[in-house]
Design a protein around this ligand. Sequence first.
Ligand code: ADP
Ligand code: ADP
Length: 225
Amino acid sequence: MATIDLDRLIKRYGQTTVVHGIDLSVRDGEFVVLVGPSGCGKSTTLRMIAGLEEISGGEIRIDGRVVNDLQPRDRNIAMVFQNYAIYPHVTVADNIAFGLYRSKLSKSEKRQRVEQVAETLGLSQLLDRRPSALSGGQRQRVAIGRAMVRDPAAFLFDEPLSNLDAQLRTQMRIEIKRLHHRLGTTSVFVTHDQVEAMTMADRIVVMRDGRILQVGTPLELYENP
Ligand code: ADP
Ligand code: ADP
């Protein structure tokens, strides 16, 4: 588990400011959804938390520690992407094991960890397959497995379900929430889909034009749209 605090967080590209000094505190174990139209700065915000994008101002703290200058791998958080980011030519096991790249575990410890994660995600029977022989939902689970294998304190999800068909999307929403609770982790989930936000979030953060417009539980936002 982890807390994530954003203080006056700013992002500029050249002369253009795309994130205008946002403040947000994500609590230990919370599932927060950032929602808003395309281009409002959700993904940029998430990528700054992950350390994939330099910040232009403000501060990011994870468990109270300022991480502004830390490399992504030193932040103890994992990101799950929309396009799966899995390697087509290697097996499911190696795709998951890639998350342990640079880890100090022995080969047999890595193997054990990969098997453990596969078990949690229902991928045990598929470890020797290549991604081309998987369904969309299974591929998405492999991508989550790669993030999970490092046992991160928090997960960042960047529209992970938008490439899935409607039925699978509904199913994966439930699976991701179940996993979040089972791991007792902290999650920040980005989507442009209001239904997804309403059904998944403990707390919804509505963004517009690089600013936070509203923050509340799904019920609060439903009653005061
Ligand atoms: P969202 O995730 O809400 O769709 P983004 O965070 O991806 O929005 O983008 C926010 C704004 O920042 C958009 O106007 C986008 O065009 C701009 N932007 C994103 N990345 C870059 C970049 N590398 N250079 C310039 N502008 C960018
Ligand atoms: P390396 O590239 O480290 O020499 P391998 O290519 O054999 O080793 O495997 C890379 C990682 O993938 C290993 O750390 C191992 O834990 C994991 N791995 C490979 N195949 C399996 C499998 N069938 N079940 C579980 N884990 C596996």
